[in-house]
Design a protein around this ligand. Sequence first.
Ligand SMILES: [Zn+2]
Length: 382
Amino acid sequence: MPHIFSRRLKLFSLFGFDVWIDASWILLAGLISWTLAEMVFPSATPHLARATYWWMAIATTIGLMFSIVFHEMSHSLVARRYGLPIRGITLFIFGGVAEMEQEPSSPKAEFLMAVAGPVASFLLCAVLFALLRLVSVMSGPDAVKGTLWYLASLNGILALFNLVPAFPLDGGRMLRAALWHWRGDLTWATRIASDGGDLFGVVLIVLGIVSILSGDLVGGVWRILIGIFLRGAATASYQEILTRNAFDSLPVSRIMTKQPVAVSPDVLIASFIDDFIYRHHHRTFPVTSQGRLIGTVGTEQIATIDRTAWPLTSVAQIMVKTQADDVVTPDTDTLSALTQMRRIGRSRLWVVDQGQLVGVLSLHDILELLSATLALKQTRLG
Ligand SMILES: [Zn+2]
């Protein structure tokens, strides 16, 4: 999920992962602290001072933050074990997210990565309950017991909520991994798991409406927001898989423009301008000699030559020699070609087969294909 967090601060680094906090989490932290200090703790552990409730609330909120980091860190460590790069962990208004750069390569990797989070939360829940037991046996203060009890319960709820088979929640990822393993079809598995995410989103929205009607406004609005977020995330994840699938099995030969107009190296600049640039309206042209690609020439190179020299200079004198990065083979998959374009910062690549120029692939062609693919698959979804 790149670039969804615009206003965030780096908190710290742990095991080589950067932990970020989104501005929305600060809002959430304030809301949680206030609810705990003014409503939850006064009724759960009565007869304490108001300041004590606030200290308990702040301790719980900070504890919750570390609980979420612990949960996400577990996902990230397993992901790294399977060679999946993690960009970092971000805490935002609906919890935490470990930002993956690519999808897991096997159902086993996906399952273990997904299950690590809830296991970590259950472990933390057990440790906190053990600590609570210890404090109770030693007749420790009620404030400490109240805080520990609440934090332990939150970790239990975090684990359970994430185990719901609703993609992209952990349970949904586990379901997807199981289905993927069963049939070997990642797209189908993602669709079923995303449908689970969509359905659970609807359930949360309905529960939210029921809560509001029965007087719990804050809880109700909260459930509705999480439901909407989950539905959006489920749809986005499915579309990302479709895009990826459309591209990583499609060779560039299927979408390239075949037999592009090429210039011979001995053509003079004056006729290159008249016969190629003015006629075909491209900014750059491949330079070929007996069909072999030897370079690229265009308006950028012409601009470096004085106008009076145009009738005397040949294309060979100003062309840029072909680099390995400018070229793909016809059987290169489109996803790799797109990655290559992004890396070199150019919007077209020459397609070359054993030295011979056979086509040109432009970013425009890929984007056209993308929108067509999404339109097709979406009609099937609806
Ligand atoms: Zn998780």
